[in-house]
Write a protein that binds this ligand. Structure first.
Ligand code: SF4
Ligand code: SF4
Length: 405
């Protein structure tokens, strides 16, 4: 008798962990906002303490490219590890396996299984919506009866789709609908990790068919790799149970490449894709670290033409548009430099900009005795925070000296 090291408990632990994370994440708050949520009314993405605005979505684009590359790299290395161990489709199908068990039974067993699946579908659909509408707001509005037609409509539609998927399609979804499953064939190479039957031990197979009966997608892995296989490893465990009393290991297992071949993890395509993925990760980290929660644009103030003051100073005016993309109010001070002469700014007091607020402020820059060799010069308009985290932003503008000064 060989000691069986089953993969099923590990897989179930991973599935439970994934379920807890996906259900719990919308409830987790970081700096007063959802840890991960795209807020539809404000078009803001809350991302683990950061709030990204619509105009910053190039960061999301870089993050998506990085994720796509990471998925390609993981698929190239570990095949359908996502499908078998982490994909919500597989996880929920596993947790509603009572639907499969009820198939051969009477109507009452089926009705109980369908009702339980319907309950799961309601929760899963609400969880999907919580990534767009805060679950705290969702639940409060639900209790008050004021969920609104749009959210209620989405919830009902999603519930019906999820329910039909887990009652009718189940794991067949992976082989028929899922685009990732179809892509994987082109991402695999001859060294990718796969679940395979060891052909060198074909004579040891007792044709018990336990591996076929346990397979959720109903394939016979002994016939070779099959696109429908989700690499759940249930057949590995079943064959191990069959082989154990004979003192043998499972005839099916995880192999890098074909069983008996040299299964190298490090290979040319892995190095190439890994390098590009790492480069995008570094770029993404740089974008996130260098991101400023304050933004400013400077435009000429067309209702105030450049002019001379009675005291001999040249005055130009600008409209500065300041956006506070942070989650806290900010105090800002405006200053200017880059032009010879004595520079004064009005207003010179601290400007308060609320969290998420955009303010357009007229600013007057007066320069005493600017050099007269040019009609226009570049001037730097600067804003800096005076409280909280320190940020400074500089924008160039034209400073005009009126003719005949
Ligand atoms: S062949 Fe094995 S690993 Fe593939 S889906 Fe069936 S049981 Fe899972
Ligand atoms: S469970 Fe193992 S012994 Fe039984 S048919 Fe499958 S591969 Fe052969």
């Amino acid at each position: 008798m060989t000691k069986i090291r089953k993969l099923h408990p590990w897989r179930r632990t991973v599935e439970i962990g994934q379920g807890v994370i996906l259900l719990g994440l919308p409830f987790l708050k970081i700096k007063g906002e959802s840890a991960l949520r795209f807020d539809v009314p404000s078009l803001q993405l809350h991302l683990f303490g950061l709030t990204l605005w619509m105009e910053e979505f190039f960061i999301v684009l870089i993050a998506l490219i990085f994720l796509a590359l990471l998925i390609i790299l993981i698929t190239l290395l570990f095949g359908r590890i996502w499908c078998g161990w982490l994909c919500p489709q597989t996880v929920i199908a596993d947790f509603t396996s009572f639907v499969d068990k009820a198939k051969g039974k009477g109507l009452p067993a089926k009705l109980i299984a369908w009702s339980a699946t319907f309950l799961v579908s309601i929760i899963v659909s609400a969880d999907l919506i919580w990534y767009f509408v805060s679950p705290y707001e969702f639940i409060a509005r639900l209790i008050e009866g004021g969920l609104g037609n749009i959210i209620r409509g989405f919830w009902i539609s999603l519930t019906v789709i999820v329910f039909l998927n887990f009652v009718l399609l189940r794991q067949r979804f992976c082989a028929t609908v899922c685009p990732y499953a179809k892509l994987q064939g082109s991402l695999f190479d001859s060294k990718t990790l796969t679940v395979a039957f060891d052909p060198r031990r074909r004579d040891e197979c007792i044709e018990c068919m336990a591996c076929v009966k346990t397979c959720p997608v109903g394939i016979d892995i002994r016939k070779g790799l099959n696109i429908a296989c989700i690499h759940c490893a249930e057949c590995v465990d079943r064959c191990a149970t069959v082989m154990s009393p004979k003192g043998k290991n499972s005839l099916i297992g995880y192999f890098f490449g074909l069983p008996g071949e040299d299964g190298r993890i490090v290979r040319q395509n892995v190095i190439m894709i890994g390098t590009v993925t790492a480069a995008f990760l570094v770029f993404l980290i740089y974008l996130l670290v260098s991101r400023m929660p304050i933004d400013m644009t400077v435009l000429p103030n067309y209702v105030f033409q450049p002019r001379m003051s009675a005291g001999g100073s040249v005055i130009n005016s600008y409209i500065i548009s300041v956006r506070n993309r942070g989650r806290e109010d900010a105090g800002l001070k405006v200053s200017a430099n880059g032009i010879p002469g004595d520079i004064k700014i009005v207003p010179d007091k601290v400007l308060r900009i609320g969290a998420g607020e955009i303010k357009k402020i007229p600013v007057y820059v007066s320069v005493n005795n600017p050099e007269e060799d040019k009609i226009t010069r570049d001037i730097n308009i600067i804003i800096e925070t005076v409280d909280g985290d320190k940020y400074m932003l500089t924008r160039k503008a034209h400073f005009s000296i009126p003719e005949g000064k």
